[in-house]
Design a protein around this ligand. Structure first.
Ligand code: GTP
Ligand code: MG
Length: 295
C-alpha cells in the first residue's frame, strides 16, 4: 500500500490529507493511483452541498454548521468550490484553513478549490476531494458552491444532499435559479430570516415539497433545526448518485481529451457551413476517444 494512503486512512494525520488533496488538485496519474486505493474505504460520509446565490450567507452558515457538528463530536470536511468573492467567503475560509492547519485541529479540514484546469473539470475535482475526505474519516463533508450555472449544478450532483440557501427579497433571482438548482434541493434554507420578507419567500417556496428552514447564520438561530432536517446517515450515495457522478466524470474526461483550440476551430468551421457537426464528432471519436486511456 502507498504510504500516503496508509497515513490518510489512519484518520489522525491531517498533513497527509493536505498532501493528498494537493496531489488531487494537480490531477495527474499519481492522484488517480491514490484515489483507486482510497476508493474502497469510502461510502461512509454524508456529503452535503450548500449552494445558493452570491452573498446569501453560505460561508457564514457553513461556519455555523462546522460548530454544530463539532459539538456532536463529528469530524467535518469542508470544500469551498470557486469562492466567488475574495472579500467574503473565500477570504474567511482561507483564513480558517491557515488557522486550523496551524493549530493542528485534526477534526476539521477545509480546502478551497478553484481549479477549472485542463485535466478534468471542477465537478470531478470536487468529487475526488470528497472521496479523499470520506476515506480519511470526515463525516459530514460540506461543499460550498455558488448556485448559478451548469458547473454548479454538476457540483451539486456530487452531493447526496443539497441545501439551497436563499434570502428574502431576491425578486427575480428566485425565478432565475428555480430552473436549475432549486429542482435538486433536499432542504431549502431561508437565511437572513432577520430581514423583512422571509414569510413571503416561504410562501413562494411552498410549491417545492422539501423541508424549508429559516436561519440567521450570523447568530446561529435556526441552525440546530437545519442540522435536524439533514439526513442522519449517508442515504443517497446510491446507484442514482453514482449515475450522475459517473455521467459528470465521463463528460469532463472526454472534454479534457479535446484541445480547446480544436473545439473552437471546429465550431467556426461548422458555423461557416464548411463542415457538418456529425463528421466532426465522428472524427473526434476516431482521433481522441479511441486511445484515451491514460498511461
Ligand atoms: N443580516 C444577516 N446577514 C447575514 C446573515 N448571514 C450572513 N450574513 C452576511 O451576509 C454577508 C455574506 O455572507 P457570506 O457568508 O460571505 O455569504 P456567501 O453566500 O458565502 O457569499 P459568497 O461566497 O461570496 O457567494 C456577510 O456580510 C454576512 O455577515 C444573516 O442571517 N442575516
Ligand atoms: Mg462564501
Amino acid at each position: 500500500m502507498n504510504p500516503l494512503v496508509q497515513r490518510v486512512l489512519s484518520r489522525s494525520d491531517v498533513r497527509a490529507v493536505a498532501r493528498a488533496a494537493t496531489l488531487i488538485e494537480n490531477r495527474g496519474p499519481q492522484a488517480t493511483d491514490l484515489l483507486r486505493e482510497l476508493f474502497l474505504h469510502t461510502g461512509q460520509a454524508r456529503v452535503i452541498g450548500i449552494t445558493g446565490p452570491p452573498g446569501a450567507g453560505k460561508s457564514t452558515l457553513v461556519s455555523q454548521l462546522i460548530g454544530a457538528f463539532r459539538a456532536l463530536d463529528k469530524r467535518v470536511g469542508v470544500i469551498a468550490v470557486d469562492p466567488s468573492s475574495p472579500l467574503t467567503g473565500g477570504a474567511i475560509l482561507g483564513d480558517r484553513v491557515r488557522m486550523l492547519e496551524h493549530h493542528g485541529d485534526n477534526s476539521v479540514f477545509i480546502r478551497s478549490l478553484a481549479t477549472r484546469g485542463a485535466l478534468g473539470g471542477l465537478a470531478s475535482a470536487t468529487l475526488d476531494l470528497v472521496l479523499l475526505l470520506d476515506a480519511a474519516g470526515f463525516d459530514p463533508i460540506l461543499i460550498e458552491t455558488v448556485g448559478v450555472g451548469q458547473d454548479e449544478v454538476d457540483v451539486a450532483h456530487v452531493a447526496g444532499t443539497v441545501v439551497v440557501v436563499l434570502v428574502p427579497n431576491m425578486g427575480d433571482d428566485v425565478q432565475a435559479i428555480k430552473a436549475g438548482i432549486l429542482e435538486i434541493a433536499s432542504v431549502l434554507v431561508i437565511n437572513k430570516a432577520d430581514l423583512d420578507g422571509a414569510g413571503k419567500l416561504e410562501r413562494e417556496l411552498d410549491a417545492f415539497s422539501v423541508p424549508v428552514c429559516r436561519t440567521v447564520a450570523t447568530t446561529g438561530a435556526g441552525v440546530a433545526e437545519l442540522v435536524a432536517a439533514l439526513p442522519a446517515a449517508p442515504s443517497r450515495d446510491t446507484r442514482a448518485v453514482w449515475e450522475s457522478r459517473l455521467r459528470v466524470m465521463l463528460r469532463e474526461r472526454l472534454e479534457a481529451l479535446l484541445p480547446a483550440a480544436e473545439l473552437s476551430e471546429a465550431a467556426s468551421s461548422v458555423a461557416r457551413r464548411q463542415q457538418d457537426p456529425y463528421a466532426i464528432l465522428d472524427n473526434w471519436m476516431k482521433h481522441y476517444f479511441s486511445r484515451s486511456v491514460q498511461r
